[in-house]
Design a protein around this ligand. Structure first.
Ligand code: G3P
Length: 214
């Protein structure tokens, strides 16, 4: 499973990229707004740090505006994947952008039927939001399972990106199900490496080794 960071913070991105296991980055308007920086400059900087797909979202809600924004974003770097909301106009945009060779990440997916339509429209990535479904007592991971089954049934090439990940168990479940990508906040990313038994074990090895040196 590819591991993406879900952030607009360049320091977090640089740190994760330095580990050599970062496969991409997803941003959204809320995350970018927190950084208080020029959007395009930020995207260019992210592209210079990360060797992988970088999702950047349009904010228009009608076809012409989405197409205009998408073309501008895609021009910035070959790594850019244009994020489009899962609404009627968004699906039209996905179809048109694919015809122009621009890759899309269809975002705000909350149902298997939405995911089916996105794949039929030619989405490069679909983003089911698992945490937000869990928040309303629905199963986010069940949605991922449904989408993977549907895509497998018909051989769709659209990649399933598990978004709105809130904790490491979401990552485990996504990987167990065979999701293509998991995108997560920096805090979750750093939790993945940690285990208390690793820390205790390392401490013991090092103190035993010190004894040998005496
Ligand atoms: O970037 C989309 C998604 O990952 C947002 O997550 O935590 O705001 O529901 P969250």
């Amino acid at each position: 499973m590819k591991i993406f960071l879900d952030t607009g913070n360049i320091n977090e991105i640089r740190d994760a990229a330095s580990m050599g296991i970062l496969d991409g980055v997803t941003t959204n308007p809320s995350l970018v707004a927190k950084e208080n920086r020029n959007f395009k400059e930020l995207l260019k900087e992210i592209c210079s740090v990360v060797n992988g797909d970088i999702s950047a979202e349009v904010v228009s809600t009608e076809l012409d505006g989405m197409m205009r924004e998408a073309r501008e974003l895609a021009k910035l770097d070959d790594k850019i994947v244009v994020k489009v909301p899962l609404i009627k106009e968004g699906l039209k945009a996905v179809r048109c952008l694919k015809a122009e060779g621009i890759r899309t990440n269809v975002t705000l997916c909350f149902s298997p039927n939405q995911a089916l339509l996105a794949a039929k429209a030619g989405a490069y990535i679909i983003s089911p939001f698992v945490g937000r479904l869990d928040d309303i007592s629905s199963s986010g991971m069940e949605l991922v399972h449904q989408i993977l089954t549907i895509y497998d049934n018909y051989g769709f090439e659209t990649q399933v990106l598990v978004a709105s990940i809130r904790h490491p168990m979401h990552v485990v479940e996504a990987a167990m199900m065979g999701a293509h990508i998991g995108t997560m906040p920096y805090a979750v990313f750093t939790q993945l490496v940690k285990h208390p038994l690793t820390d205790i074990g390392l401490e013991r090895f090092l103190s035993d080794w010190k004894k040998l040196q005496k």
